[in-house]
Ligand binder design. Structure first.
Ligand SMILES: [Zn+2]
Length: 430
């Protein structure tokens, strides 16, 4: 969305077959809604539709003031919650109750002089069809919809046709597994004063916001920005579920939990644990330790007491691997709270950037209450005398959707008070 005083352009994803019809219908719906919402004359505003260069899936709608120089009329779109007021009025014009989404009994089929048609737009009458734009106009209002307020959900086909980038794959999976339909898509979330905070890819009732994050969101600065936006959303009472397409099960599982629909949780076999005498050690089974036992014993050069042997499939096992459960949210982008994980020891090669289980005499991890933690390891070396290198700063970095988790910094750690115990390999299951 882009605007000067006297013109505004809005870009919409459009249905593939009906791009032109959608865009002109939307243009006249917005004009009509705006005129009612802000008492503008029909002759004061105009609209035009443009292609988006090199992108057939979107159209650009230009709204402009016909007065030379403009009177600042269109500024209302931003200054007075104008988009939502415009969308509400547009829906009413289109014979639809904005709150329930139901159309009135006397509604026309495609367009009439009460809704989209006027004497000024006769050249477009053939293109106009109010049915094409109702869902999108409703999305412009959906943000604070609560269940019961007409939150029956959008049509899956509409949601899929508006999907961009990585969203389609996720949306198809939601539909396939029988998830409820979202009540909003690409919806702008506002703070209490009506100022836009961010956009939600999908919105569910009870202020559940879904973000589908493709590759660019792995970049450091984008992640920081995402974390900040998530914190703001939470302070507004929203709950954010981030779905990474490469970790679909995890994301959909979290969404199922948030929606309180446990039957939609991905089915995970329970951990199969056998006693030592039945285990095929390091062929089919790995020892299960508590993280505390593993950290403590291994850093003293001992073997901890295992709680059993866990059957592991689809993974080449070898001696030194073990299973332990990681509790806490500080690594939740990689390790869901409570996940059983496979670790491997000893840690060979460069430690930088790897997720490690470390033991330290002088700190207590607030999440576990113990002298050990699982974090991304980073160290900076500094030249000492005669070309010898030694560690000066070790950072243990969380990887969490919660920005409250800050890196721990250890200076001049000696080998006695700081030990790297094992490397995190993968999540086994929750
Ligand atoms: Zn009509």
């Amino acid at each position: 969305m882009h605007g000067l005083h006297d013109l505004v352009t809005v870009e919409f994803p459009v249905p593939p077959q009906d791009g032109e019809r959608f865009a002109w219908s939307m243009a006249y719906a917005l004009l009509g809604g705006f005129q009612v919402a802000f008492s503008a004359e029909e002759s004061e505003l105009g609209a035009h539709v443009f292609d988006v260069p090199a992108d057939g899936s979107r159209k650009r709608i230009l709204l402009y003031e016909t007065d030379e120089g403009g009177t600042g009329l269109l500024r209302n779109l931003w200054e007075r919650d104008g988009w939502r007021r415009t969308a509400r009025r547009a829906l009413e014009l289109l014979h639809v109750d904005p709150d329930t989404g139901k159309q009135r009994d006397d509604a026309c089929e495609t367009a009439c002089y009460d809704c989209l048609l006027s004497y000024f737009n006769q050249q477009h009458h053939d293109l106009l069809d109010r049915r094409l734009v109702i869902d999108v106009l409703r999305q412009m209002l959906t943000v604070e919809l609560e269940p019961g307020e007409g939150g029956r959900g959008l049509d899956w086909d509409t949601v899929k046709s508006a999907a961009v980038g990585a969203e389609l794959e996720v949306i198809e999976e939601l539909e396939r597994r029988g998830f409820p339909r979202p009540i909003g898509q690409h919806a702008v979330i506002r703070d209490a004063k009506g100022a836009p905070v961010t956009e939600a890819d999908l919105v569910y009732p009870n202020k559940i916001v879904v973000w589908v994050h493709g590759q660019p969101h792995h970049r450091e600065h984008v992640r920081r920005r995402d974390a900040e936006l998530e914190r703001r959303l939470r302070s507004l009472g929203y709950r954010v579920v981030t779905v990474w397409p490469e970790r679909l099960e995890e994301g959909l599982g979290e969404l199922a939990e948030r929606l309180q629909r446990p039957e939609l949780l991905p089915r995970r076999p329970l951990l199969r644990i056998v006693p030592r005498e039945k285990a095929e050690a390091y062929v089919r089974h790995l020892p299960l330790y508590t993280l505390e036992a593993a950290a403590g014993a291994f850093s003293e050069g001992q073997i901890p007491q295992e709680a059993g042997w866990v059957e592991v499939e689809g993974c080449n096992l070898r001696e030194g691997m073990f299973v332990a459960r990681v509790v806490g949210e500080s690594m939740n982008r990689r390790i869901p709270n409570g996940a059983y994980c496979i670790f491997r020891r000893p840690v060979e090669g460069s430690r930088n950037g790897r997720v490690l289980l470390v033991q330290h005499r002088d700190f207590t991890d607030p999440e576990t209450g113990g002298h050990y933690t699982v974090k991304v390891y980073q160290s900076e070396k500094e030249a000492a005398e005669e070309g010898e290198w030694r560690h000066t700063v070790i950072r243990l970095i969380p990887d969490s959707t919660d920005p409250a988790f800050q890196p721990m910094e250890l200076r001049q750690a000696s080998e006695e008070d700081f030990r790297v115990v094992a490397e995190f390999l993968t999540v086994l299951r929750r």
